[in-house]
Design a protein around this ligand. Structure first.
Ligand code: DLL
Length: 431
């Protein structure tokens, strides 16, 4: 089931559409986004130099610093009269990243999210439970818009009050849920605590994203909620959720590349890398009007794959993002994404999928402590068994990731639960 025809067009047609749209966007941006025009002028690139999508690499990058310097509206490419919505996400620089949408942009957003839901088997007969936060975060209203575009009955629950959420799932007969993977897990845990069998709910599918999550975490969530899951990816600066989505293959996310053109670049040099190589993901918006960022550096790390997909979509796929270059831990010179640690931890049945990574420095040496919760039923195990367990985890972390870590097993239900994006790292080196 597809939402629209661009999902299955030939690569030649896609090349043509991307080229036409890029030429139009560069012209619009050069005329209306003054800070970007200055960057182009500084590089000696004119709109006329961009003749097809193959010329994309001639254009300068945009980065989060450009958003900070032009806070709040300096990168908007239309008059404020045409901006009908604002969203924002917190930036590492302290200033929010503020993004704007015209009415047309909201329509594009609705359609890319409608593709996402349709690829997950959703039709207008479905009832959608939206548990991403509503407000400046793009998750709630983004998923909401897509669900309404498909014509689903849309329940705008937002975050918090998990018992009430469960009541709504039960009473309203919701068939799909949109939330972060960590919140899906928390809902599963609450259902278990309340003695509610998930199979008594009408829930079939979870559209989960907004944070990195591993295949092991997917298996855990699918098993405990009795649903299938689809990974959904996006970022506020590009549009919000709806940049890419999984199909039934669950092996990579199709990028809505007729709207957002992906590239992979070397994070250190910015040099474009060939398809299939891991690197930093960069997006160019080719249909947006209010906030059409060109060559925006996401700092997310993944690879692209042009292999044909059994679902029939010809849209290029990106691998599940392992994490952000700025969240990557460098422990004694070894680069580690928290998701790699998650993957190892979830191999163990004796632990629950809740963990915290505490990084510190003793003298000149970085230290990593992994706190992980015991599964409730293992809590009564003997000290000897628990010692063996933490030794096994330590050994697997060391052999898989090449780093030594202290493993601390903690009591069930003691680490913080998350309703939105989980915070699992405490880096004391930066405090
Ligand atoms: O998280 C948009 C979103 C909402 C996506 C709901 C999916 C579902 P931001 O708050 O701007 O926007 O954060 C964007 O979150 O650059 C990634 O680092 C991370 N991220 C988002 N989706 C995924 C995912 C929303 N599926 C940042 N896997 C991005 C891994 C993800 N990381």
């Amino acid at each position: 089931m597809y939402w629209d025809k661009n999902e299955t067009i030939s690569r030649d047609e896609m090349h043509q559409i991307q080229s036409q749209r890029l030429i139009k966007t560069v012209d619009h941006v050069y005329r209306n986004m003054i800070p970007y025009r200055k960057k182009m002028d500084a590089m000696g690139v004119l709109p006329g130099d961009i003749k097809s999508i193959d010329d994309l690499c001639k254009l300068p990058f945009t980065d989060k610093e450009d958003l900070a310097q032009n806070y709040p509206y300096g990168l908007f490419a239309v008059p404020m009269d045409d901006v009908v919505r604002i969203h924002a996400s917190s930036g590492t620089t302290g200033r929010q990243k503020v993004v704007g949408y015209t009415r047309e942009d909201l329509e594009v957003w609705g359609n890319v999210m409608a593709r996402t839901f349709t690829a997950g088997g959703v039709t207008k007969s479905d009832i959608g439970h939206i548990s991403y936060g509503y407000g400046l975060f793009t998750g709630g209203l983004g998923a909401h818009g897509g669900s309404e575009t498909v014509g689903c009955t849309t329940v705008p629950v937002s975050v918090g009050n998990t018992k009430r959420q469960i009541q709504i799932l039960q009473d309203f007969g919701c068939t799909f849920i949109c939330c972060t993977p960590s919140y899906a897990l928390y809902i599963a845990e609450t259902l278990e605590a309340e003695g509610i069998d998930p199979s008594t709910l009408s829930l079939r599918t979870g559209f989960l994203g907004a944070e990195p999550w591993t295949e092991n975490m997917r298996r855990e969530i699918e098993k405990r909620l009795g649903i299938t899951t689809r990974d959904i990816y996006g970022l506020s600066e590009i549009i919000g959720p709806g940049v890419s989505f999984e199909c039934s293959e669950q092996s990579g996310l199709h990028v809505n590349e007729d709207h957002f053109v992906p590239e992979i670049v070397n994070p250190d040099t910015g040099e474009p890398l060939p398809v299939g190589t891991a690197g930093e993901l960069v997006f160019t918006c080719i249909t947006k009007k209010a906030f059409p960022l060109i060559r925006y550096r996401t700092h997310d790390v993944c690879r692209l794959s042009a292999e044909p997909c059994s679902c029939g979509r010809t849209l290029i796929k990106m691998s599940k993002p392992a994490g952000r270059t700025d969240d990557m831990l460098i422990i004694r010179g070894v680069n580690v994404f928290p998701s790699q640690i998650e993957s190892v931890l979830l191999e163990f049945d004796q632990t629950a999928p809740y963990y915290m990574l505490i990084v510190d420095r003793q003298g000149v040496l970085d230290t990593l402590e992994i706190q992980v919760e015991l599964a409730s039923e293992k809590f009564s195990d003997s000290v000897k068994d628990l010692e063996a367990l933490s030794r096994d985890i330590r050994r697997n972390i060391e052999s898989t990731l090449g780093i030594a870590a202290k493993v601390t097993l903690v009591e069930p239900h003691t680490l913080p639960r998350s309703e939105g994006k989980a915070k699992r790292i405490l880096d004391k080196r930066s405090i």
